[in-house]
Design a protein around this ligand. Structure first.
Ligand SMILES: *[C@@H]1O[C@H](CO)[C@@H](O)[C@H](O)[C@H]1NC(C)=O
Ligand SMILES: *[C@@H]1O[C@H](CO)[C@@H](O)[C@H](O)[C@H]1NC(C)=O
Ligand SMILES: *[C@@H]1O[C@H](CO)[C@@H](O)[C@H](O)[C@H]1NC(C)=O
Ligand SMILES: *[C@@H]1O[C@H](CO)[C@@H](O)[C@H](O)[C@H]1NC(C)=O
Ligand SMILES: *[C@@H]1O[C@H](CO)[C@@H](O)[C@H](O)[C@H]1NC(C)=O
Ligand SMILES: *[C@@H]1O[C@H](CO)[C@@H](O)[C@H](O)[C@H]1NC(C)=O
Length: 934
């Protein structure tokens, strides 16, 4: 790094005062032997690895460090011209790998004024406290391109560097997805930060991004009057940000982004303010933006995305005519109709107004902002037509208009005239895009991303798409596209994500064509009419079905980069190739539900499989669950519901450390639900065993293994690692998992209860043959939101321990043989929305409280001895009306005497019982049952 010119004077002074003994007279410009040796030692403490630096232009500077050459001419070394001492070391991006030892020879170079070791890999070593010995140091850069470099506490000694002008200890993580929690490896204590600010009063630049400070910002920073650039990105700051920092007279750049717990507000500004870059995104800054922001006439970069501001944008923004970058995404503002002042911001190249409550139409004058390169109005309520003058915006490369209410018929060819267009997102409006193939001319824009979801596209997939050779992401889902997938699509060899789900595509799903798309990681073709070629010999009828069925070609396993495969809801028949679990190390999500697949689930799953989610519901799969599934150590979601899988309770899945959802609904699972103490299901959220043939008792020992459900704070179980991003979407937020509860005469999708899938904790073992008493330890599963034990053979009391299930929203115990009273303690369950104990042998009064008064009579029907509201039978009134709570008629009463449960279960437990549950509680229930069973 260059020696700052301000250093010349003191150095000269030193020279004059020590003239007779100065080494320059003896050695000329030669470096001192001790310093040369120290540097060589330092060099030898590292190996060169090109993976140690991220900069593409990195190279090993220390290769030029050889004893035969004067160290002052080594690459990265700077000596004082007069004294010959080494005063500058620049080893940035030098591919160094190794640790810096506490007693490293580096620290003997006490004349250092500038030290730059950025972008190397110091293998998690600590910053040695000897760094404080460099009393001359003005410039120190230990920033790192990943979190692997330095770690641990920044030594307090750093505050002894009282001559510092510039300090950079940032790390920049390259992790993806961007919202992943970054683990900050370097920690800075508040006492150290305080004394640093007190001692280094001439500091001009302080960059600490991704350093874990975990405190509020100390006021003493407002004393750094020379400060020009302060970067506290992602420092885990909280508390109130000292407003004085905005008023530092020399401040030019301020970044506080990604400190979600940092409170603050934007103060009034004087006209003298020099600030040119202000980045406050992802903080808890709030309040209004003062009109005086218009005084920041040098401002060219303003990012206040994801904050909690209020009110509208002051029109003084129109004075900020130097703005190049403006990001107001989800900042809390309500912008309303497009303010005219934007027309003044002629230098704008980046404008993000996503989720800004923009209303009205897109004004045609907006196209006067011809410098715009990035333009997002995503997710507002804009309506009206898209102005055709858009085509004039020559520099526009990224255009996001998705999720608005834009309407009208629009010729797609319009956009194809924009010569720089790289991203076009028109998804989810009310547009009708027309595709007049004739209007497409030979020179297409360099589109990389094309999202035309729900754009009322009809006919075949537009042919010009096949000429977009640079296309990486194509989203055409939920249109009315027909015909087959054209083979020319497979010439788009840069394609990474492809979604054409929700159309009416026909023809065969041709695996080997997809193999040409070597970069493909996301393939979603669900909800079409795709089929597979029938297997050989399907017509002769002599081979067993598994052999004739054909199925998904094993070639699919050659798509080595595939992460998500979604072929759900098509006409796919035949088998699932066994390689799907074993060959691909990248496949994380496999969605094959709603087809006609037969045979077994793939039997081979290798260790190291990346599978997180397997959904094969609603097929005709049979056989056992493959035990090899335990090799999928990352499996989080397994849903095999609605098949014919015949197996015992898969307790062995309990060793999977991430498994959260097991759904076996409507299969042929049988035997006891038991669990040896070794299977702990450490993260289980949802266990759906309903409508199988499970029998035996539910033992306390088994329930005690489900420890993950015993926490009362559900948010502790959040799916933090459930983040798979494609096209800016988190795939896992799209999961739809519904439970059905029998209540109020209809099957109720549990989805309607106010609980997101993320927070859902549920056990559903309804529709089996479980007998014995309900173990009272179930009451220890405090995070349960839903518990469905209905349609089994449970006897005995309802455990009063259920009062501890404080998160419970739905409890269904209907269609059992429970007796005794409904525990009064259940009235303590304030979140309970659904409650059903109908058709048991319960007696006594129904608990009285506000919650219970909302449950209708049907929920208590079919219990001879129950009394109290909402039943007609009053307590202590033995001559009351029908105990069933349904219309009293002779037929129904005589039916109740009949053992209806035996009928239901005797009928097979499976689908019929399910149907019975669905309708069993309508007022016409008894008539209906009679029709079926008599
Ligand atoms: C700053 O802006 C406010 C409001 O726009 C204005 O009244 C004030 O005069 C400006 N201050 C200076 C010092 O120019
Ligand atoms: C636009 O800029 C002009 C000249 O800088 C200024 O006079 C005018 O007030 C600005 N308009 C708005 C709406 O701020
Ligand atoms: C958007 O505007 C509507 C009505 O003006 C308001 O109810 C809503 O809270 C606003 N949303 C946001 C995010 O500001
Ligand atoms: C937009 O530009 C056109 C032509 O350059 C000009 O006539 C018009 O006044 C501008 N619109 C606004 C609102 O400034
Ligand atoms: C749109 O914004 C709303 C809040 O304003 C948010 O809830 C919703 O998820 C957003 N939708 C998309 C597709 O980003
Ligand atoms: C979709 O397109 C068809 C045919 O172009 C048209 O008849 C229909 O009105 C459009 N639907 C909407 C919602 O615009």
């Amino acid at each position: 790094m260059g020696l700052l010119s301000s250093l010349v004077f003191p150095t000269l002074f030193l020279f004059l005062s020590s003239l007779p003994f100065s080494p320059i007279l003896i050695n000329g410009h030669q470096c001192h032997g001790t310093e040369s040796n120290a540097l060589l030692h330092f060099k030898d403490s590292f190996v060169i690895s090109k993976f140690a630096s991220y900069d593409l232009y990195s190279y090993p500077k220390t290769v030029s460090w050889v004893p035969s050459i004067d160290c002052c001419s080594w690459d990265g070394i700077e000596c004082d011209e007069l004294t010959g001492h080494v005063i500058g070391i620049d080893l940035s991006s030098s591919q160094l790998y190794g640790s810096i030892e506490a007693n490293s020879s580096l620290f003997s170079l006490v004349h250092l004024q500038s030290l730059d070791l950025s972008d190397n890999d110091f293998n998690h070593s600590q910053i040695p406290s000897m760094i404080g010995n460099f009393s001359q140091l003005r410039y120190l850069n230990l920033s790192q391109a990943s979190e692997t470099t330095f770690s641990g506490e920044i030594p307090p000694d750093i505050s002894r560097l009282s001559n510092l002008l510039s300090l950079d200890l940032s790390s920049y993580t390259l992790s993806y997805p961007p919202d992943d929690a970054i683990i900050n490896q370097l920690q800075l204590s508040i006492p150290t930060l305080r004394s640093l600010a007190q001692n280094t009063i001439r500091l001009e630049k302080l960059h600490l991004s991704c350093v874990n400070i975990s405190a509020s910002v100390p006021d003493v920073l407002t004393k750094l009057t020379y400060l020009q650039s302060l970067n506290l990105f992602n420092c885990e700051l909280y508390g109130e940000f000292p407003v004085g920092i905005f008023h530092l007279p020399n401040l030019i750049t301020l970044s506080l982004a990604r400190n979600p717990n940092l409170n603050g507000f934007i103060p009034d500004f004087q006209s003298r303010a020099l600030i040119s870059k202000l980045v406050i995104s992802q903080t808890n800054f709030r309040g209004r933006i003062p009109t005086s922001i218009g005084n920041l006439t040098s401002l060219n970069w303003l990012s206040i995305a994801y904050c909690n501001f209020q009110g509208s944008i002051p029109s003084s923004f129109g004075k900020l005519n130097q703005l190049v970058h403006l990001n107001l995404r989800s900042s809390g503002f309500t912008i309303g109709t497009f303010p005219l002042f934007f027309v003044n911001l002629t230098k704008l190249s980046y404008l993000d107004l996503e989720r800004c409550n923009l209303t009205g139409e897109i004004p045609s004058w907006i196209t006067n902002l011809t410098s715009l390169d990035y333009w997002s109005f995503y997710n507002n309520t804009l309506h009206g037509e898209i102005p055709h003058s858009l085509v004039r915006m020559d520099n526009l490369a990224n255009l996001y208009l998705g999720f608005n209410r834009l309407q009208g018929k629009l010729e797609l060819g319009l956009f194809l005239k924009m010569r720089r267009l790289s991203v076009l997102d028109l998804s989810y409006n009310k547009l009708s895009l027309l595709n007049e193939e004739a209007s497409f001319n030979a020179s297409l824009p360099p589109l990389k991303v094309l999202y035309l979801e729900q754009c009322n596209l009809t006919g075949a997939i537009p042919t010009w798409i096949m000429n977009l050779t640079g296309l990486q992401r194509l989203g055409l889902q939920e249109n009315h596209l027909q015909g087959e997938i054209p083979h020319s699509l497979f010439t788009l060899e840069n394609l990474e994500t492809l979604s054409i789900s929700g159309n009416s595509l026909e023809g065969t799903f041709d695996c080997d064509m997809f193999l040409k798309l070597k970069m493909l990681n996301y393939l979603s073709l669900s909800n079409n009419k795709l089929s597979l070629l029938p297997g050989k010999g399907s017509s002769n009828g002599t081979l067993p079905p598994l052999e004739v069925a054909g199925g998904i070609s094993p070639l699919i396993c050659n798509l080595k980069s595939l992460v998500l495969l979604d072929l759900a809801y098509n006409n796919l028949s035949g088998t699932i190739p066994s390689c799907l679990g074993s060959s691909s190390q990248s496949l994380q999500i496999m969605m094959l539900q709603g087809n006609k697949l037969v045979g077994h689930l793939p039997q081979t799953y290798v260790m190291g499989s990346a599978l997180k989610m397997i959904d094969v519901t609603d097929n005709n799969l049979q056989g056992e669950l493959p035990r090899e599934l335990v090799n999928c150590r990352g499996l989080e979601f397994l849903d095999v519901s609605y098949n014919k899988i015949n197996d015992s309770f898969p307790y062995w899945l309990g060793s999977l450390p991430e498994l959260k959802v097991i759904a076996l609904r409507f299969n042929e699972f049988h035997g006891a639900i038991h669990c040896p103490s070794t299977c702990t299901f450490p993260k289980l959220h949802i266990l759906d065993l309903s409508h199988n043939l499970f029998s035996g008792n539910l033992t306390p020992e088994t329930i005690k293994n489900w420890k993950s459900m015993t926490t009362s704070n559900i948010s502790q179980l959040l799916y933090k690692d459930w983040t798979i991003y494609f096209g800016g979407k988190n795939w896992f937020t799209h999961i739809f998992y519904s439970f059905t509860m029998s209540n109020k005469g209809v099957v109720t999708d549990y989805e309607q209860i106010q609980q997101t899938f993320y927070l859902m904790v549920a056990i559903d073992i309804s529709g089996n043959r479980i007998s014995g008493e309900i173990p009272s330890v179930l009451g220890d599963l405090k995070s349960l939101v839903l518990l469905n034990l209905s349609n089994n053979l449970f006897i005995g009391d309802i455990p009063s321990s259920f009062r501890k299930l404080s998160n419970l929203q739905a409890l269904d115990l209907s269609l059992n043989s429970l007796s005794g009273k409904i525990p009064q303690e259940l009235a303590e369950l304030t979140f309970l929305e659904f409650f059903n104990v109908s058709f048991n042998n319960l007696s006594g009064p129904i608990p009285e409280n506000n919650q219970f008064s909302t449950f209708e009579g049907n929920c208590f029907a079919g219990n001879q001895g129950l009394c109290g509201t909402p039943l007609k039978k009053k307590c202590g009134d033995s001559s009351g009306s029908s105990p069933t709570g349904v219309d009293s008629d002779h037929d129904s009463e005589s039916f109740i005497e009949f053992d209806w449960k035996i009928i239901l279960i005797g009928y097979g437990g499976g689908v019929v019982a399910g149907l019975a549950l669905g309708y069993a509680f309508g007022s016409d229930v008894l008539l209906w049952l009679k029709r079926i069973f008599k």
